[in-house]
Design a binder for this molecule. Structure first.
Ligand code: UD1
Length: 416
């Protein structure tokens, strides 16, 4: 008689750029589980909502992170919050009806995360009454700023989830304060850091520093003392609606960075939402658009102005792939950002980071890491940049940011 093979089905959702690196190690952990326990295999379905859809925001991440082709692509694209969320919900309901997973994994805090969690929470399979369980990876983070769409997405997703996988201690406390049953909460670490640890050696081979003329010999020497070959630079990312949609705030931030540009060029891989406000008003002429391999393409006005090589000032390049961006972070003198994930990555890399926001949902990066919260006021940003440029690199690893978070998650879910 054939032995019964029990199979469970896990469906993971990706939608926007920061989701890809959080799901990649979960897929690897499922593969490892299946190799170790062939009699208790997990089937995996990868769903891409298509919230981010173009080469630089999505496709290049699938290649760099060796992600499998999505089993389901929902193609929702860009729209207002309501339309985008609703489109994901409509299409995801049909996927659930067909795939009937035991567990739906959602990650982070983007519109696709909350949309799929909401659909799964109300869905039952036929008359059986059976429902998918919802697992939220990166649960419990709170900025306590409800003007951020991500904060609303985080709160709703956490309250709908059956498994809340937390990256840092503050998450446990926040969930307790919101009355969430502690039995649902599991402190597992950070899957985004799993990915960073896995891909660091490959990122170190990226040619981007040579291509941009930062490293004379192409890639920087392993011997840190020989860093003469590597010119100092600052790396900037900005895409929070509160920073870039309002031209006055955006202008204030860009002005604040003048002091940094006196000592080193800034390299600014520009997010599609940010570019819209860069070419007019008070910001006209404040950026150099770099020509060549990393050039931002598309807008005719920008194409006309592109120059080869880095210029003193703020140098705009296209949104970078995962490996190129990691290489840029690893070797930057300072990273200036309003991203959430970059605060965590720079903490582990030991690279000084200035967060251009009034709050952070990732306090461990300030308490233990290299992150300094500057706010968006010109004087405060200048002060924070000066402090960080003068500070030394110090790498710290918050608890469980050890490359094994996804394994902990799959170990727990495999017992469901
Ligand atoms: C989204 C997430 C944010 C995350 C960010 C990372 C929400 C509410 N926000 O913000 O948490 O930090 O992704 O990038 O989910 N666009 C393209 N190509 C693409 C995707 C978008 O050109 O592949 C453009 C569109 O013109 C769109 C704009 O970028 O209007 C914004 O995209 P959207 O997904 O709505 O939000 P993000 O600002 O990227």
């Amino acid at each position: 008689m054939k032995q019964k093979i029990s199979k469970m089905k896990i469906l993971s959702v990706v939608g926007a750029r920061p989701n890809f690196m959080k799901v990649a190690p979960i897929i690897e952990a499922i593969k490892a589980h299946n190799a170790a326990k062939p009699k208790a295999k997990i089937d995996h379905v990868l769903v891409h909502t298509g919230q981010h859809y173009d080469e630089s925001m999505s496709d290049s991440f699938f290649r760099d992170l060796k992600l499998p082709k999505p089993d389901r692509y929902l193609g929702v694209g860009s729209a207002s919050h309501a339309v985008q969320t609703a489109e994901v919900m409509k299409k995801f309901e049909a996927v659930l009806a067909e795939d009937k997973p035991d567990v739906v994994i959602v990650v982070g805090d983007v519109n696709s995360t909350v949309a799929c969690a909401l659909v799964a929470s109300k869905f039952t399979y036929g008359d059986s009454g059976k429902k998918p369980l919802i697992a939220h990876v990166e649960a419990g983070l709170r900025s306590f700023d409800r003007t951020m769409p991500e904060e609303l997405n985080r709160i709703v997703t956490d309250h709908l989830s059956d498994y809340l996988f937390v990256t840092e201690k503050s998450g446990i406390e926040n969930l307790r304060n919101e009355g969430i049953d502690p039995k649902k909460v599991h402190f597992v670490g950070n899957t985004m850091i799993d990915t960073m640890i896995r891909f660091k050696p490959q990122a170190a081979k990226s040619q981007i520093l040579g291509d941009l003329g930062i490293a004379e010999n192409g890639i920087p020497s392993k011997n840190r003392n020989k860093r003469g070959a590597l010119k100092p630079y600052a790396l900037l990312t900005l895409h929070r609606p509160s920073n870039v949609d309002n031209p006055d705030t955006f202008n204030e931030i860009i002005h604040a960075l003048k002091d940094v540009t006196r000592s080193m060029p800034i390299i600014f891989p520009v997010h599609p939402r940010t570019i819209a406000n860069m070419n007019g008003g008070q910001l006209k002429g404040r950026f150099h658009f770099v020509a060549g391999k990393y050039a931002k393409t598309g807008e005719a006005q920008i194409l006309e102005k592109q120059k080869t090589g880095l210029q003193p000032g703020i140098n705009v390049v296209k949104p970078l792939g995962y490996l190129d961006f990691l290489q840029m972070m690893m070797n930057a003198r300072i990273v200036l950002t309003d991203s959430g994930g970059i605060q965590e990555e720079t903490t582990c890399l030991g690279v000084p980071c200035v967060t251009i926001r009034e709050n952070t949902e990732r306090p461990v990066t300030v308490e233990q890491g290299t992150n300094l919260l500057a706010g968006v006021n010109r004087r405060a940003i200048k002060r924070a940049c000066k402090t960080q440029i003068e500070s030394k690199r110090k790498s710290t690893r918050p608890k469980f940011w050890d490359g094994k978070a996804a394994h902990r998650i799959i170990k727990m879910l495999s017992r469901v």
